[in-house]
Design a protein around this ligand. Structure first.
Ligand code: SF4
Ligand code: SF4
Length: 449
């Protein structure tokens, strides 16, 4: 027997590491002597134990799937996993269950950090013909439609929204809005089936009003909160997203507490996503995520999903650690690679919300004619990227976020940064925080006895 190559060691403390089986996603805590033994065994073609402790370790490793008879056996196991994932991936692409419409790039806000840059100057609104063309291309399998912008809920987008809702009345809608015109749109929203309305608030009223301002500089907080209240009273699910950085993360965490209290009667309809800004440095992001997690961990696993379902969104291992969910192996990095289809008012299709308006990342055109690209994020997966095929991280990674390939004409390249940062820098922080929290619970229980 020999050790599999798909083993990843993550440093937690000086004397503690996490051993990850990257074929199965299993995680085990190991101490320094076990690490030494494993390091010795990594070079062995046939492991020979030298004492009872080693024999016990070998038996544990076998039960956790860390042993194979040969390298070929390990390749065979991975190929089997890939086969299942490939089929699921193709099926999901065929089903095309969800699509998104960018109703317009135009927006009534001027948030300084907007990742769409100055796209708001583009005034076009998606047309009924484009909606028809997109729905036809996406096919009968579509169950969910996401409405996005710019800002999708503007007085001038209302006629075409009415057209969309009439045309596809049986779908479930997710609305991304800055929330300014929620009250004015409530009657229309009540005519459709909504999974959630996502609204951004950037911390306390004062901070929010200094960042999420109208084009004329006027504040927006009060009007948005009024709209949120009306939606909650009408039974619409609201998810509040907060973009946090050094200057507003404390305010954001406090605002979440205030809103949970103020809207305690609508607990089941209210959820949150507290996240960092893409442009911030990695250190800053990790510091803020740690603070957010510090606050999140005071809630139960179940409640944690409601009060912040964003922190771990991009990695199954972290997700498992924070929310106790199942670890799922990846065939590609995210939905953008599978069935992401975002239709904009210029007839262009993008793979995800993160790259709308950036032609370089478009996957093709849908109007006035259909043209799909070969060199496209949709065709990117760990079997298509040569570096990823044999990489020990591949099933936990999926090839990374291709938006880092802005300067490349080839999307079939690896982006290792995401998974490595996540596993080696972020995961230890969450792990230690969880240890601390569990220690505290234990102390409380012991003191009570
Ligand atoms: S992107 Fe890098 S780390 Fe991820 S699977 Fe590919 S080669 Fe491995
Ligand atoms: S491609 Fe990158 S930005 Fe787009 S959804 Fe995937 S991870 Fe997010």
């Amino acid at each position: 027997m020999k050790l599999i190559k798909h083993m990843i060691f993550v440093d937690i403390h000086d004397d503690k590491k996490l051993l990850i089986n990257s074929l199965t996603g299993t995680m085990d805590e190991i101490d320094a002597p076990i690490y030494e033994t494993l390091s010795k065994w990594q070079a062995c073609e046939e492991i020979v134990t030298e004492n009872d402790l080693e024999a016990e370790l070998l038996s544990n490793l076998q039960s956790r799937g860390y042993l194979v008879n040969s390298h070929e056996e390990e390749v065979g196991i991975k190929n089997e996993i890939l086969k299942v994932l490939r089929n699921q991936h193709l099926q999901r692409q065929k089903d095309q269950r969800a699509i998104t419409f960018v109703m317009t790039y135009n927006c009534n806000f001027r948030c300084p950090y907007c990742f769409e840059g100055e796209a708001y100057i583009k005034k076009e609104i998606i047309t009924p013909e484009q909606i028809d063309a997109a729905l036809k291309l996406a096919g009968e399998g579509v169950k969910e439609i996401c409405v996005f912008g710019g800002e999708p809920l503007l007085p001038k987008t209302r006629p075409v929204l009415e057209y969309l809702f009439n045309k596809a009345p049986d779908k479930t809608y997710q609305i991304f809005t800055n929330g300014y015109y929620l009250t004015e749109f409530l009657d229309l929203l009540l005519t459709i089936n909504i999974s959630q309305v996502l609204i951004t608030l950037d911390g306390s009223e004062e901070t929010h009003n200094s960042r999420r301002v109208l084009a004329n500089g006027k504040p927006t907080f009060k009007k948005i909160i009024d709209g949120v209240e009306k939606c909650l009273e009408s039974g619409i699910n609201i998810r509040i997203r907060m973009n946090l950085d050094k200057s507003n993360y404390e305010g954001g965490i406090n605002l979440r507490e205030e809103l949970l209290e103020r809207f305690s009667g609508y607990k089941d309809n209210l959820s949150f996503e507290l996240t960092t800004l893409i442009g911030d440095s990695q250190k800053e992001r990790i510091d803020i995520l740690t603070e957010i997690y510090h606050s999140d961990i005071t809630y139960s696993y179940e409640d944690r999903e409601k009060i912040n379902d964003f922190i771990t969104k991009k990695n199954s291992l972290l997700d498992h650690l924070v929310y106790g969910r199942k670890v799922n192996p990846l065939y590609s990095y995210c939905y953008a690679h599978v069935d992401g289809m975002v239709f904009d008012p210029y007839g262009v299709i993008y793979p995800c919300l993160g790259c709308v308006g950036k032609e370089h990342f478009s996957i093709g055109k849908y109007h006035p004619f259909i043209e799909l690209k070969e060199n496209s994020i949709h065709n990117r997966n760990i079997e298509k990227i040569s570096e990823c095929r044999d990489c020990t991280y591949s099933l936990l990674c999926g090839g990374g976020c291709p938006l880092k390939l802005a300067d490349s004409d080839d999307f079939f390249k690896p982006v290792c940064y995401s998974v490595k940062t996540l596993l080696h820098n972020e995961l230890p922080i969450f792990y230690k925080e969880r240890e601390e929290a569990m220690k505290k619970v234990e102390e409380t229980v012991n003191n009570a006895v």
